[in-house]
Ligand binder design. Structure first.
Ligand code: NAI
Length: 505
């Protein structure tokens, strides 16, 4: 695709697009609003050179880590496999960047769509070099077998590639994850000195980058859900205090925070795929100083994605959700870990906040704080027989016209890691792309996006935002935000869905 427009310029290295952003400034005057439309000029500069990307996964030997690595290799080497349903070809279904499309315009009256990945130059997932850590020493072929996610025939075909891949020893602070994980922790960096741990991880990153001749590396936490650390401004409040607390091996420094610090100190962006509060203020300051991004928290895969759609539909239709009761049972190692209350609490928090802003936006349905306090209950049970095929059962009770009730009972089989792996890939590919985009407002200098990469909120259950920026949970708004950003950067027109060119020529 090539954009021919007077508002875009392209040379060998950069694509610059000029964008008049239209917004509306609202002034409140008593109980009246005065709306003042305004236009601000932005320029977006995208470096079009695609780097050689390395990805280091924390929890590489887990269900997500093995499924992602194996799935990418299956695509890379075009490995087919058989099941009782026949022969299967590898694909990237479930990946926003690889398998969804974006409308770029109309040809006569016909709408034209192209793959998301073709709007701006992006890394091909098959070119990613994978590495990482796990507290379990199992090679990735055996770990994939342990995970029971991928079809047996594909496991066998991937074995020659995966058995060579062995996770690096990791940091293990048993107090932060469930006690039932202890029996797999046979690959840990010895000692209790957290500064030494940080330095080992930093060296691992530097060695991985050099050994594989990489242009850049991104770290992603897909290890067990930790309990929340007890956040304290004196321990985590800024970069200096955080590094001092690591030096003194403070007990409230989690393994995930050590990884996040190591990433920043090695000039790598860090993504937190679990719900715990890894990205404390000190991490954000370290990332800011290093000019890298942090993003989190908790992958938004099956149940929560659906929840943010359904609640948005109800509230958008003027129907008032009054209760959401969510049961999950799952039998994978994630479920086993979540069976400990402290780890469950982290998950409960991220699952619960995901509809807040959608409800808060509608003051007709929710005029008071009290009414916003709907029954939102989360139950998670570990049931080994279920394996990775997590079952999510949700009941939504909503108030309709004249005091009536509408109830939805939704049964959702979320093949956990088969949903998470393509989503993890999107997080990595988009994070990498956003590292190559800069913007300028009016005539200011070009600058990178804010350190906390909230552009990725579509992929996150509890999206972390820059301070002062409200979080958006609505799935359609999150997707539109991403779609519009890449279109604007490419110099394409944003779609307002009026379709006037089709209606009136
Ligand atoms: P898993 O339990 O199969 O894998 C986690 C891996 O992390 C294990 O191999 C474990 O040995 C390793 N590990 C634990 N502590 C570690 C440490 N300190 N350093 C290095 N490795 C460590 O779990 P799964 O299913 O792969 O999920 C991973 C994470 O992603 C969990 O926190 C889960 O809550 C989160 N998540 C998963 C979703 C999904 O749909 N699969 C959705 C949302 C979040």
């Amino acid at each position: 695709m090539k954009v021919q427009s007077t508002t875009t310029q392209q040379d060998d290295h950069f694509l610059i697009s000029n964008y008049d952003y239209k917004s509306t400034n609202i002034e409140k005057n008593g109980d009246k609003y005065i709306a003042k439309p305004q236009t601000t000029n932005f320029k977006f500069k995208t470096d079009t050179r695609i780097p050689k990307l390395g990805v280091m996964l924390v929890g590489w030997g887990g269900n997500n880590g093995t499924t992602l690595t194996g799935g990418v290799l299956a695509n890379k080497f075009n490995i087919t496999w058989n099941s009782k349903r026949g022969t299967h070809q590898p694909n990237f279904y479930g990946s926003l960047t690889q398998s969804s499309v974006i409308k770029i315009g109309t040809c006569n009256t016909e709408e034209v769509f192209v793959p998301f990945k073709d709007i701006l130059p992006m890394v091909n997932p098959c070119d990613i070099v994978f590495g990482g850590w796990d507290i379990s020493a199992m090679n990735l072929a055996d770990a994939m077998n342990r995970a029971q996610v991928v079809e047996y025939d594909l496991q066998q075909k991937l074995r020659p590639y995966l058995e060579k891949l062995v996770p690096l020893p990791s940091i293990y602070y048993p107090d932060f994850i469930a006690a039932n994980q202890n029996d797999r922790a046979d690959n840990v960096i010895p000692g209790n000195n957290k500064l030494e741990h940080l330095n080992v991880i930093r060296k691992n990153i530097a060695d991985f980058k050099q050994l594989n001749n990489l242009d850049k590396v991104i770290l992603l936490w897909t290890a067990n859900t930790e309990r929340f650390c007890v956040e304290d401004p004196n321990i985590h409040g800024n970069a200096e205090k955080l590094l001092k607390s690591i030096e003194s091996s403070h007990p409230e420094i989690s393994a995930s925070t050590i990884f996040a610090c190591a990433a920043c100190l090695e000039g790598c962006s860090f993504i937190n795929g679990s719900p715990q509060n890894t990205i404390v203020p000190g991490v954000i300051e370290l990332a800011e100083k290093a000019g890298v991004f942090v993003a989190g928290d908790d992958f938004k895969t099956g149940q929560t994605k659906f929840k943010t759609c359904l609640v948005e539909y109800l509230v958008g239709a003027g129907i008032k959700p009054k209760a959401i009761i969510s049961y999950n049972h799952l039998g994978n190692n994630d479920g086993k870990n979540l069976s400990q209350e402290s780890c469950f609490k982290s998950k409960e928090r991220s699952k619960k906040t995901c509809v807040d802003d959608i409800l808060e936006s509608n003051k007709v349905l929710y005029p008071t704080e009290e009414e916003l306090n709907i029954d939102h209950t989360i139950v998670i049970k570990y049931c080994p027989e279920t394996g990775d095929s997590k079952k999510a059962m949700d009941e939504y009770i909503a108030e309709i016209f004249l005091g009536g009730r509408q109830t939805f009972a939704v049964y959702n089989v979320c093949e956990d890691s088969l949903l998470a792996a393509p989503l993890i890939m999107d997080l990595l590919l988009l994070c990498e792309l956003f590292e190559r985009i800069q913007f300028s407002k009016d005539t200011s200098e070009f600058q990178r996006f804010d350190t906390v990469l909230s552009w990725l909120s579509y992929l996150m259950k509890a999206p972390k935002s820059e301070s002062g920026i409200t979080t958006i949970n609505s799935l359609s708004r999150q997707r539109a935000m991403l779609e519009n950003l890449v279109k604007v950067c490419a110099g394409l027109t944003i779609d307002d869905n009026l379709r006037l060119e089709v209606r009136y020529g």
